[in-house]
Design a protein around this ligand. Structure first.
Ligand SMILES: Nc1ncnc2c1ncn2[C@@H]1O[C@H](COP(=O)(O)OP(=O)(O)O)[C@@H](O)[C@H]1O
Ligand SMILES: [Mg+2]
Length: 333
């Protein structure tokens, strides 16, 4: 059946559309224009990934902009975003494709109810001659594209327009899934026994993210460009916060980020991430707080610290410091 079937995308790889970035700076600017402030290493990897056609593996703590990097790349390049959210137990049927059994069954029932089909015609896989000209062989018919449910990996491979493929939180899957993925990422093709081999027409930009909850295999790492995203420096985090909350006063933004950095130094279960800094800034704006004194801090710290035991540590260590003149001079005044 595989020989005479029409693959979803069979044409030889068409040349990539023009518009590859010419420099790291260009990538950084393009990302900046769509609201992603990349540091040098992130811009470099994003540039190389596009030029070398290699997947990016981004690791780092939660909330530092791993997922957003892929989304921003999609916005910056005008490519559609195809996202595969990983979870424990994710299998090929949800990642690659599966057959639409319900629809196949309905078609078989319809065929056997159709009086123009010769008796016994659609009850077995033997090829028919004559009969209904629309579907000489219902068994071949039900393994066609019409009955295929495409999942993100196949969508990205079969896409006719260039795409960004985000494989988010790959560390949540098991090694078996990783091995399957490796095959897709090295060949950029997917073999469907009933249909044939589907080869990528356009090379997607692939971004894999991991929260580092388990060590990924060497084989996967070897195939990817590696980017470790960490909490940013004060200056860049301030820029990010102000990008998301343009109305915030610069002094307040700086103070907020400095306090967040101070909290990250403590030994916490879950240190606050960029996402929390952004939320905190928004909350302070809404509450009309123009400074971060001890009382504002104590009222709002649950926005950035979300574990019971962490709250105690932070209240004691940071709350106290905010009362000190070195950090709380304006607050005290
Ligand atoms: N460099 C950045 N520029 C702009 N926004 C950022 C940046 N890094 C993170 N963010 C913001 O921080 C939040 C969390 O980012 P996200 O990508 O979801 O984190 P992760 O996937 O690493 O857990 C998002 O709202 C995102 O917009
Ligand atoms: Mg994420």
């Amino acid at each position: 059946m595989a020989d005479d079937a029409q693959p979803v995308a069979s044409s030889p790889s068409a040349p990539e559309p023009a518009g590859f970035p010419q420099s790291v700076a260009e990538v950084r600017e393009a990302l900046g224009r769509v609201g992603y402030l990349a540091d040098e290493p992130a811009a470099l990897v994003a540039y190389l990934a596009q030029r070398l056609g290699k997947p990016i593996l981004v690791e780092g703590p939660a909330g530092v902009g791993k997922t957003e990097l892929a989304k921003a790349l999609s916005r910056a390049t005008g490519r559609q975003l195809i996202r595969l959210q990983c979870y424990e137990g994710l299998d090929e049927a949800k990642a690659l494709y599966e057959w639409n059994y319900r629809k196949q069954l309905l078609r078989i029932q319809a065929e056997s109810a159709d009086p123009s089909t010769p008796p016994g015609g659609s009850a077995g896989p033997d090829r028919q001659t004559g009969g209904d000209p629309r579907s000489p062989d219902p068994w071949a018919d039900i393994f066609s594209e019409e009955f295929l449910l495409t999942r993100p990996l196949l969508q990205a491979i079969a896409a006719t327009e260039p795409a960004v493929l985000l494989i988010d939180e790959i560390d949540k899957t098991d090694q078996e899934f990783e091995a399957m993925l490796l095959e897709v990422l090295s060949e950029f093709q997917i073999s469907i026994p009933e249909l044939g081999v589907i080869t990528a027409r356009t090379h997607p930009i692939v971004v894999l993210t991991s929260n580092n909850s388990r060590e990924l295999t060497e084989a996967l790492k070897r195939r990817c460009l590696y980017l470790w995203l960490d909490y940013p420096e004060v200056e860049r985090e301030m820029e990010i916060v102000r990008l998301h909350s343009p109305e915030i006063d610069e002094q307040l933004a700086r103070r907020l980020v400095e306090v967040v950095h101070m909290i990250r130094q403590l030994d916490l279960k879950k240190p606050p991430s960029i996402a929390e800094s952004i939320d905190w800034a928004r909350a302070l704006l809404l509450l009309g707080a123009d400074d971060l004194d001890r009382s504002v801090f104590e009222r709002t710290m649950s926005i950035i610290v979300k574990h019971r035991s962490d709250l105690d540590v932070v209240a004691e260590r940071v709350g106290l410091k905010l009362g000190e003149p070195s950090l709380g001079a304006e607050a005290a005044g």
